[in-house]
Structure formats: C-alpha cells, structure tokens
Write a protein that binds this ligand. Structure first.
Ligand SMILES: Nc1nc2c(ncn2[C@@H]2O[C@H](COP(=O)(O)OP(=O)(O)OP(=O)(O)O)[C@@H](O)[C@H]2O)c(=O)[nH]1
Length: 346
C-alpha cells in the first residue's frame, strides 16, 4: 500500500532529525579531537579527553580501563602511579578486555548486574547503561573507554556504534602520536643501561640552573663521580658484570639524593649529580656520604659481594662560571680525590 503524504512527511522529518543529531555528534567529536591534538603528554591528553567526553555527552561517569599486562612495553608505564591515574583508570586483564572487544568493536549494555568486575563501584552505583570503546595501538588492544549513563536506554545493545568507532580510531591515533613522541623524547634524554638522564639532558638542566641562579641568586653544586678501578671489574668479571655495576651505582646514587637533585650518566663510568641550593661545604658532605655508602655496601653479584667504590669531585657555582668551567673544576677535584683514594688504598 502506498504511503500517505503524512507518513512520508513523518519519515522525512525523522531523517532530518537524525541527520541533525549526527551532525551535532560529529561536531562534538571534532571539538574533542581538536582539543586533544594539542596535548603535550599522554596524561594531559587522557585527562582532557575524559573531561571533554563526559561534559560534551553529559555522561554520568567515565573511566579508562587499561589492559594488564600492557601489550606494548612503553605504554603509559611511567604514568600509572600518578594521582590522576589512580582515580580515573582501572587495570583489567587483557583477556577480559578482549572478551568485550573481540573484533575491536564497541560494546553496549544496559544489563549491568554482570559487569561489577568491570565498572568501578562509585560509577556502578549511578550507572544504568554502559558503552565500552576499544583503544588500540599498533593494532593491539590496550584499553577501553568506559562511558556510564543513568538512563538505561542511552546505551542499548541494538544502538548503532558508528560514532563510537570513529572516536576509537581518532583517540587511538592521537594517543599513539603522543606516546611515540614521549618515547622518542625519553630515548633522547635517558640512558638505556642505567635508566638515569644522559649528558644531553644534563647540559639542558645545568644551563637552566645557571639561568635561575642569575635571575634569583639561587646557588647549586655539581658532583663529578667516577667508579674506582672500573676497568678491572670489566676485565675480571666481564662486560655484563660491568654493566650491572653501572646500573647499581646509578640506582643507588638516584636513591641517595633528594627529589629536587638530579643524577646524570656523563660517560662510561662517570656520573654527574646536580645538587639544588647546596653550598660547597654542604655538597662536600653529600659527596662524603655517597662515597661512604658504596664503601659500606658492596654489590651482591652471583653469591658474592663485589666491592664497588666511587670518587667524587665537587664544584659550586658562583654565577659567573660557564657549565664547562664548572664541570672542569668538579673533574679536577675528582682527580685530586682519586689521588687520595689511591694513596689510602696503598
Ligand atoms: N661494562 C661497561 N663498561 C664500560 C661502559 N662504558 C665504558 N666502559 C668501560 O669503563 C672503563 C673505564 O675505565 P677507566 O676510565 O680507566 O676507569 P677506571 O678503571 O675506573 O680507572 P680509575 O678511574 O683510575 O679508577 C673502560 O674500560 C671502558 O671500556 C659500559 O657501558 N659498560
């Protein structure tokens, strides 16, 4: 039977209404995408993203579920301890996540009784329906955006997921860009073997400290550190053991200094420590403390205790030296202290 004019008009109006809705959603997604594109870190990106999605789509709750263990080693690892992560993310086993996104497709439900293990308790209290949007990196499912709504009809299984799929692709792309940038930045500024900052970052930090000193008059000191008889360790126990010694020295040094001090690997078995707001006499005490620590704490290695000791030279900035001059002074002091060490051990 042919449709009446009224029926055709109603259908047309519905189409127009749907098209307006789609346009509105597309505009919101575009705004979200534009905003997260400018994020400088993965954490900032995720914070912006979750805040914006919650606001733009008037959700009662939003959370980030992260696959555990992460499928990609560099993924967000260093950030997971932050306060924001503790309150906005939840670790879910990779297998559980895959169950909800077998084809990397969004998942919708308004039967929440069986999702207690997935939805954090504070969200579950208000949620009547949920949507899970898969996030992938390098083709691997690493997380899922969990949207909660207090309307049971908001996310029903029969609802189309085109917009959520679009969101999934866009967020995954933006996030992978930021993560790759963070990864490159990390590789450029941190030493792979010892995990501490490298000489390049050291130069940036010392120059920043020099500028700060010129502006605010805040002094600082440098320690130039060298492992004693390191070549002999390599020659006696092998290069692998030498590598472990370097990693041990770096991790102990990093533990022994304050949070606002910095430890850098300068080269080979040499490290530099930058001590904020420390005078020469204060820095000399730190140097003594560090040397003493290694003398008293041999490194456990293959059921033995390996003697690993260090020597330390100190230089304090008076605001007029360059970075190179400061490092040279600290190195000369190190040389003198090595002389004492050698005499003491003879
Ligand atoms: N295992 C290992 N050895 C390294 C690494 N980088 C440099 N070295 C070695 O470190 C040794 C440093 O030797 P030296 O500068 O003579 O230092 P040392 O034996 O401690 O001598 P003193 O400082 O006078 O006590 C060299 O043999 C380098 O080959 C590294 O990444 N791993």
């Amino acid at each position: 039977m042919a449709k009446t004019v009224e029926q055709l008009t109603a259908e047309l109006n519905l189409l127009i209404e749907n098209s307006k809705q789609n346009e509105l959603i597309a505009k919101k997604l575009f705004d979200i995408e534009t905003s997260v594109l400018s994020a400088r870190s993965s954490e900032q990106l995720l914070q912006n993203l979750l805040d914006l999605i919650k606001k733009q789509f008037s959700l009662s709750g939003i959370y980030l579920l992260l696959a555990s263990p992460p499928p990609i080693s560099y993924l967000l690892n260093s950030n997971l301890q932050s306060n924001w992560h503790k309150t906005h993310t939840k670790q879910v086993s990779s297998d559980t996540l895959k169950q909800y996104h077998p084809e990397n497709q969004p998942f919708l439900s308004n039967q929440l009784a069986s999702y207690q293990h997935l939805v954090p308790a504070p969200l579950l209290a208000q949620a009547q329906s949920i949507a899970l949007t898969p996030l992938t990196l390098e083709g691997k499912l690493f997380g899922s955006l969990l949207f909660c709504d207090n309307d049971p009809d908001r996310f029903t299984p029969q609802l189309g997921t085109f917009h959520l799929q679009q969101l999934a692709v866009k967020v995954s792309l933006c996030l992978s860009n930021v993560l790759i940038r963070e990864q490159l930045d990390h590789m450029a500024h941190y030493d792979r073997l010892t995990k501490v900052a490298n000489r390049r970052l050291m130069e940036i930090c010392i120059n920043e400290e020099l500028i700060r000193q010129q502006r605010y008059g805040s002094h600082f000191s440098l320690l130039f550190i060298d492992c004693n008889k390191f070549k002999a360790i390599n020659d006696t126990y092998g290069h692998d053991c030498g590598d472990k010694v370097l990693a041990y020295v770096a991790s102990q040094l990093s533990e022994l200094i304050r949070e606002n001090d910095r430890c850098f690997r300068y080269a080979g078995d040499e490290f530099v420590i930058m001590l904020a707001n420390q005078s020469f006499s204060e820095a000399s005490l730190v140097a003594q403390r560090l040397c003493q620590f290694f003398t008293e704490h041999p490194m456990p290695y293959q059921n033995q205790q390996l003697n690993v000791t260090i020597s330390c030279g100190v230089a304090t900035s008076n605001g007029s030296q360059t970075m190179d001059e400061l490092l040279k002074t600290a190195d000369q002091q190190l040389y003198l202290s090595k002389g004492h060490q050698t005499q003491a051990s003879e």
